[in-house]
Design a binder for this molecule. Structure first.
Ligand code: NAD
Length: 274
């Protein structure tokens, strides 16, 4: 990957840019519109939203006003937990489609593996996919056993698994499982929600003449993990994309891997109550 618009090819042939903009906790209206526009102007072609984030309308508006052809932008949304189940997922998808103002979504994910529901939710995603409303379908916050469960029940293998992943939670066994099964791993909270105070990252930032955020984003890319850092600041949105002009050595990749402590900033997918 040499360029901000370079893509991974998903298991159904759809191309997904390696780097995108996350918009969790970004206000609908002016804030999300200006963030998405700043990203698109910088050259990003990938935006990650969700029904939960309550900013799909602004995301859609920014895309329309950007003047960039719709097909050039990869848009992800997700079905929230309270909407899971077969019929309610179909309705939730339609509502997201309307709020975004988009006929077809590039990627639609099950946001969390809600026990007793996610297999029915998956069936609804498969129907929407087979009818052409979504170019690729996937999951989020799925552990290996959740993925196995879906793969045992369905003829469609999730194209993507979006999980918390960063230097303190490297997700190596899950990454290997996903590679073996042609599921693209995608990192949420790649920047540890801004908790970047890690001496090794500081050292590597100095060594490569890059910021700590850029070191992590580059580490994601070299691990072949799609990454969606969030910022609402145009200068940081630009900074987070300037990661295609340097390469971390194998040794430094391994040193970052060794930071793993199994630290989660978000919930544990095997033990959440929302
Ligand atoms: P993140 O790890 O991307 O951190 C974002 C924060 O890092 C910013 O608010 C800012 O404080 C800081 N930051 C950003 N750029 C910086 C820079 N260049 N230098 C210094 N600090 C910088 O956190 P996130 O928003 O939780 O995760 C990214 C995206 O992942 C979300 O916006 C959302 O799209 C997605 N997400 C998905 C799930 C899920 O359950 N599927 C959960 C959380 C987030």
């Amino acid at each position: 990957m040499k360029h901000l618009q370079d893509c991974t090819t998903l298991n159904n042939g759809v191309k997904m840019p390696w780097l995108g903009l996350g918009v969790y906790q970004v206000n609908d209206g002016e804030e999300v519109i200006s963030s998405v526009k700043a990203a698109l102007e910088t050259g990003y072609r990938h935006v990650d939203t969700a029904a939960l984030y309550a900013n799909e309308e602004g995301v859609g508006q920014a895309i329309r006003e950007s003047g960039i052809a719709r097909e050039e932008i990869f848009v992800t949304s997700k079905v929230w937990n309270s909407e899971q189940g077969y019929d309610s997922t179909l309705r939730a998808f339609e509502a997201s489609q309307k709020r975004l103002g988009l006929e077809v979504l590039d990627l639609y994910l099950i946001h969390w593996p809600v026990k007793g529901k996610y297999l029915d939710t998956w069936k609804a995603l498969v129907k929407l996919y087979k009818e052409g409303h979504i170019r690729a379908i996937g999951v989020s916050n799925f552990q290996i056993h959740h993925l196995q469960d879906v793969m045992d029940a369905s003829d469609i293998v999730p194209a993507v698994n979006q999980v918390e992943c960063h230097p303190l939670l490297t997700q190596k066994p899950l990454l290997q499982f996903c590679r073996d099964n042609r599921i693209q791993l995608e990192a949420w909270s790649p920047l540890m929600q801004g908790n970047l105070d890690v001496p090794l990252l500081e050292e590597l930032a100095g060594k490569y003449g890059k910021s700590k955020a850029q070191i992590i984003i580059r580490w994601d890319l070299q691990n072949e993990i799609v990454t969606i850092p969030k910022s609402v600041k145009a200068h940081r949105i630009a900074e987070n994309a300037q990661v295609f002009d340097f390469e971390l050595s194998d040794e430094d990749m391994k040193r970052i891997d060794a930071l793993h402590t199994n630290k989660r900033y978000g919930a544990d997918p095997d033990n959440f109550n929302f």
